[in-house]
Design a protein around this ligand. Structure first.
Ligand code: SF4
Length: 447
């Protein structure tokens, strides 16, 4: 590897929140002095590895000097991840061409003028590229679960924010994350949405959107007191559970809500009839329940739970309260059920399962757990950069899905990045076709 130029001065000093190695260039293509560019579709993977090693990656072309031309059509250049090329614009670098890739696919990284000088940076570049080279070159199959990604409730909630932004201009305040996905939230923020935790952060009289997870009546009251213009993007299937909670409570039942404490949807449902609702998370919680009348107990569930685990809790409730009543139709929504069924259909054939979704996305986390319960290694990734090379060691078949709040484009990015490590064949397994669509709330419809 070329030495980091000693004259290079870091644009940002270590500390103060900057990564210790500063900025590094991750090649999105290698540019030889002669011949065609070599694309680097796995750039996101290399960037993720460099981030974990303390660098701030930026993307760009990495120019190769005359002496460091990548081998066309195969062979790592140089073999076993040896010294790579130096880009004329970027100082010393480290590059390789994936063995057997046809047309050639490259990997590469280089210091920039803003890289913190020193051996640590050089090592990080080499290690990050080598880590991916170690699992590159083999042909892989990607089994795509279908359905996956956005559900109707998430599409509607995002469109609500977009419509309100269009109608009123920014800023438009959104209470909590509109849906639990980092990419979606960042995209809407860039367009003028301001995400807040509580309504006291919203100026009086401003427009505020409530998230897809639904809110309690208390939040609606607080908004009215502050004169806020509310547009409620609660998923209609969450609203259905709210209605059930009030109906069961009004006829004198103790309402047992099965869900995860602290989740926004659970907070909203608990708030529908707070004096009559209790939360259970697991079958073990049922024995400790105290109810006013064991003959008058009803249950509801969070919409995004694991179907099989929830059935165990309901069984435990029914064993203790034989007169138990439940919702007319399942509270676990169609999108959650379909994504779990779709993953179950491919998990057994997968060496590893990747679930695209954010850590606070309940249905995404349930998908990871489902695969793990079936004995398949499974990992949740917010985006391509979070995939770790060690997860792909010896892996020939990757099961891939995404939670209901994850944009479809993120899945496409993962597939493209895997294609940068070697030949990839994609098979989609569709267990059912979704045709659900929810109309926008009247306050968000175009006039
Ligand atoms: S996951 Fe289900 S309940 Fe949640 S927004 Fe989507 S359709 Fe609605």
């Amino acid at each position: 590897m070329s030495r980091t130029p000693q004259t290079a001065a870091p644009a940002t000093a270590p500390g103060g929140g900057d990564p210790p190695l500063g900025e590094v260039l991750v090649a999105d293509r290698l540019v030889p002095p002669h011949g065609p560019d070599v694309p680097c579709p796995a750039a996101d993977l290399v960037a993720g590895e460099l981030s974990r090693r303390g660098a701030r990656p930026v993307r760009g072309a990495l120019r190769l000097p005359e002496s460091r031309r990548p081998a066309a059509g195969g062979g790592v250049t140089p073999p076993s991840g040896g010294e790579g090329a130096a880009g004329a614009d970027h100082g010393g670098g480290y590059t390789a061409v994936v063995a057997g890739s046809d047309p050639p696919r490259g990997l590469g990284a280089a210091p920039t003028a803003a890289t913190v000088p020193g051996q640590a940076g050089e090592s990080a570049l080499r290690e990050a590229v080598d880590a991916w080279l170690a699992v590159a070159g083999a042909a892989r199959t990607v089994l795509l679960a279908a359905p996956r990604s956005f559900c109707a409730g998430v599409e509607r909630a995002i469109e609500v924010v977009e419509q309100v932004l269009q109608q009123r201009g920014g800023p438009v305040y959104v209470r909590k994350q509109i849906v639990h996905n980092t990419r979606v939230v960042a995209g809407l923020e860039a367009r003028g949405a301001v995400f807040v935790d509580e309504l006291d952060e919203v100026p009086e009289g401003a427009a505020v959107v409530f998230s897809a997870h639904g809110v309690s009546p208390q939040v609606h009251r607080q908004a009215a007191e502050r004169g806020l213009h509310v547009v409620d993007a609660a998923c209609p299937l969450v609203t259905k559970v709210h209605t059930e909670a009030r109906r069961f409570a009004s006829r004198g039942d103790t309402v047992v809500l099965i869900g995860h404490g602290g989740h926004e949807e659970v907070e909203g449902t608990l708030g529908q009839a707070p004096a009559r609702t209790v939360l259970v998370e697991a079958p073990e919680d049922v024995a400790a329940l105290e109810v006013a009348d064991p003959e008058r107990v009803a249950y509801l569930t969070q919409t995004t739970l694991a179907v099989d685990e929830t059935a165990e809790v309901v069984d435990a409730l029914r064993a203790r309260f034989p007169s138990l009543r439940g919702p007319a139709s399942d509270d676990i929504c169609y999108a959650t059920t379909n994504r779990q069924d779709a993953l179950a259909a491919i998990a057994g054939e997968s060496d590893v399962v990747l679930v695209v979704g954010s850590a606070n996305s309940s249905n995404s986390v349930r998908l990871v757990e489902l695969a793990q319960r079936r004995g398949v290694p499974a990992h949740l990734v917010d985006d391509t950069g979070e995939i770790r090379p060690e997860w792909l060691a010896g892996v020939r078949t990757v099961g891939l899905t995404a939670g209901a709040s994850a944009p479809p484009g993120l899945v496409e990015e993962v597939v493209a990045a895997l294609g940068g490590l070697g030949p990839v064949t994609v098979h989609e397994r569709e267990v059912t076709r979704e045709t659900v669509h929810f109309a926008l709330p009247s306050a968000a419809r175009r006039s």
